[in-house]
Design a protein around this ligand. Structure first.
Ligand SMILES: *Cc1c(COP(=O)(O)O)cnc(C)c1O
Length: 334
């Protein structure tokens, strides 16, 4: 059992078969039929003009930010945003784009008053504020549809573009019980990770209008992301977005169960209201030696990342039985 992330999911049997049988070509020449099919299908499925298959979510965000922003432009984002905090500063390093982070509210949203105050006037002292980047889900929390509609209104008012880091946007759609288009419709661009809970081995998508995706395609080549017979990966990616989507609701129910079990344990404090998708955070009392516990669990084939708060992620390779067994073992160790 591996609770570190949903990135640890292994491809399904159906994916292995589709990968073996996928028709392929050189995608840098635009010749890979499986990549082309995925990109066309994904654009239409999510309500965008065009799509680009990328090596990772980090690359999809980087290309998105660089295709929207020039050197000396700025994007507004959350202090906790993946594309600010966890992507090695790529937009700044490679794009010369300045991030302007804003403290996230406890529910993951960004306050429009604070965002407004951070927009720079047109003045040579300042970077040019170009874009607002949101993330959904963010740390497992879902941004409400009403908030997304407000964000659209806000960017229209202030002449900004709106990007969604939708690495786990399908988890958000599952939690809200809406079609993913209901979320996507508000954004100029969006990314989707195929290799997290959706279980593809490799790959993400960037979605947007045609001119934007053309710029991103050129940038993808520049950062070394032009792949050749990538249809082998796109074949699995298509199944991620079709066959694997229903699994996310199972993962969410398992996360709820895990949260409830954990909150019964001594020294584990869980705000179960914040467990909306497949990620569970627990605050630990000072007397819990989580490093020692992690090492004992590892001896039994259970992998967790020690930390405080500690994060657990559920996914298709963790069953309900696994969660019951894990929390029993944890109770004994405590
Ligand atoms: C995982 C993740 C990414 C990056 O995806 P990689 O494929 O790991 O590069 C981007 N944004 C969010 C919110 C993520 O969770």
């Amino acid at each position: 059992m591996d609770f570190r992330s949903d990135t640890v999911t292994k491809p399904t049997e159906a994916m292995r078969k589709a990968m073996a049988e996928a028709p392929v070509g050189d995608d840098v020449y635009g010749d890979d039929p499986t990549v082309n099919e995925l990109e066309q299908w994904a654009a239409e499925r999510h309500g965008f003009e065009a799509a680009l298959f990328t090596t990772s979510g980090t690359q999809a965000n980087l290309l998105g930010l660089m295709a929207h922003c020039d050197r000396g432009d700025e994007y507004l984002c959350g202090q906790q945003a993946h594309n600010y905090k966890y992507e090695a500063g790529g937009a700044a390093v490679l794009g010369s784009i300045q991030p302007q982070p804003i403290e996230n509210n406890p529910d993951g949203s960004l306050d429009f008053g604070k965002l407004k105050a951070a927009i720079k006037p047109d003045d040579s002292h300042f970077a040019r504020t170009k874009l607002l980047s949101l993330e959904n889900t963010i740390n497992g929390k879902v941004l409400p549809l009403s908030y997304l509609a407000q964000a659209r209104e806000f960017v229209d008012q202030h002449n900004l573009l709106l990007h969604l880091d939708g690495a786990r946007v399908y988890n958000a759609a599952a939690a809200l019980d809406v079609d993913v288009k209901e979320i996507a419709q508000h954004f100029d661009s969006m990314t989707i990770c195929l290799s997290k809970g959706l279980a593809a081995p490799i790959g993400s998508l960037l979605l947007g209008d045609k001119a934007f995706i053309d710029r991103a395609r050129r940038l993808r080549k520049m950062v070394g992301g032009g792949m050749r017979q990538a249809g082998i990966l796109a074949a699995a990616g298509k199944l991620a977005l079709t066959e694997q989507v229903p699994q996310l609701k199972v993962d969410h129910a398992n996360a709820k169960l895990l949260a409830e079990r954990l909150s019964d344990l001594p020294g584990f404090n869980v705000n179960t209201d914040f467990v909306q998708t497949n990620i569970v955070f627990a605050k630990l009392d000072d007397n819990v030696d989580i490093t020692a516990i992690a090492s004992k669990l590892a001896d039994e084939g259970i992998t967790i990342t020690p930390g405080n708060p500690i994060r657990f992620v559920t996914h298709k390779d963790i069953s309900q039985q696994d969660i019951l067994l894990f929390t029993e073992k944890l109770a004994k160790l405590l």
